[in-house]
Design a protein around this ligand. Sequence first.
Ligand code: ZN
Ligand code: ZN
Length: 88
Amino acid sequence: MIQGSGRCHYHPERAGLGVCVECRRVICRECTTQFEGINRCASCLSTRLKALEGPGERREWTVGNVLLAVVGMGIVWVGMLALAAAVS
Ligand SMILES: [Zn+2]
Ligand SMILES: [Zn+2]
């Protein structure tokens, strides 16, 4: 491990001010970012922001999607009817 935890992980010449809650690295004042009231290094903050953006992509039920679902169910229904007709 790196010695001298009193130094910023990213700037060895600078004194560490806080600790990143994510990676537990000592970070200087410049590297400290306050997001959601929590100290993070710039690296972890960008990771966090990416994580927030990622799954935020919502699939909305558009008319096309509903139509596709209805058509799909219709095909299954017709298939079952055809199967029943073939058996009898
Ligand atoms: Zn970090
Ligand atoms: Zn720094």
